[in-house]
Design a protein around this ligand. Structure first.
Ligand SMILES: NC(=O)c1ccc[n+]([C@@H]2O[C@H](COP(=O)([O-])OP(=O)(O)OC[C@H]3O[C@@H](n4cnc5c(N)ncnc54)[C@H](OP(=O)(O)O)[C@@H]3O)[C@@H](O)[C@H]2O)c1
Length: 230
């Protein structure tokens, strides 16, 4: 009997790590639903390479109604993995006295508040035994903080805190909950000086997600599945 391929939803998949996550799961035979805010960018050529296996959807996690609309379009479907990847970095080298307040508020909204709201809205499509993963960062660790990317790091620490709350409120859901730290990777956000290529990060991230399948509870882990200090 052939097994039904798993369904993976990647939120924020037009470029960088999200696009690579979609491509990696497609390459492993999954059915992938990938979201863009407006333009599909890299998703266009991926859709041509994987006709039938890649579904494109439109979501801006800051606009709750776009997330709710996706929830309605997916009614009756089951997600084996919901991966919320969307994130931004602004004023990365600046301190609170130097940065525009708006940059900090935007990061708190996009990186912390909106991903958890998205998990609240779409999480009910994930059955017990499924996985909800959110892209955080090694920089979200308060215990390991050294002051770099101070404002961005704070937004990821806030994400981690909100995910703790989500886990407590959904205790008994049977979901594997993962806060994923992918390493410092060369993307538009990571920059050209980053230590890892996308190929050195994302296949390991997907291996790690698969290794955690069916293990309920919340973990903050890196791409090697190593727990990180909160
Ligand atoms: N690169 C690194 O070194 C690194 C390290 C640790 C963690 N991370 C995290 O990994 C994730 C991906 O980072 P990346 O390096 O791939 O960044 P990136 O190249 O800047 O890509 C960011 C992605 O997020 C999407 N996005 C941004 N705001 C969104 C919103 N409001 N709604 C929906 N999608 C939105 C973007 O869509 P558009 O194309 O429409 O803008 C894009 O697809 C982020 O959460 C980031 O914080 C990255």
């Amino acid at each position: 009997m052939t097994q039904k391929p798993q369904t993976v939803l990647v939120i924020g998949a037009t470029r960088g790590l999200g696009l690579a996550l979609a491509e990696e799961w497609l390459g492993r035979g999954s059915q992938v639903i990938a979201t863009m805010r407006d333009k599909p960018q890299g998703l266009e050529s991926l859709a041509a390479r994987y006709p039938g296996n890649l579904e494109l959807e439109q979501v801006d996690i800051v606009e709750a109604d776009t997330v709710t609309a996706l929830r309605q379009r997916l009614d009756g479907r089951q997600l084996d993995i919901l991966f919320i990847n969307a994130g931004i970095a602004r004023s990365i080298e600046l301190s609170p006295v130097q940065a525009e307040e708006k940059d900090f508020l935007d990061m708190m909204l996009v990186n912390a508040f909106a991903p958890i709201r998205t998990a609240e809205i779409l999480g009910e499509l994930v059955p017990a035994g499924g996985t909800i993963a959110i892209m955080t960062s090694e920089l979200g660790s308060i215990a390991n903080a050294n002051g770099s990317w101070q404002l961005y790091s704070s937004s990821k620490a806030a994400l981690n805190m909100l995910m703790k709350g989500y886990a407590a409120q959904h205790d008994g859901s049977g979901h594997t909950l993962l806060l994923v730290a992918p390493g410092w990777v060369r993307t538009e956000m990571g920059g050209s000086q980053a230590s890892l290529s996308i190929e050195q990060s994302i296949p390991l991230v997907v291996d790690m997600i698969e290794a955690n399948r069916g293990k309920p509870g919340l973990r903050y882990v890196d791409r090697f599945n190593k727990p990180l200090p909160w």
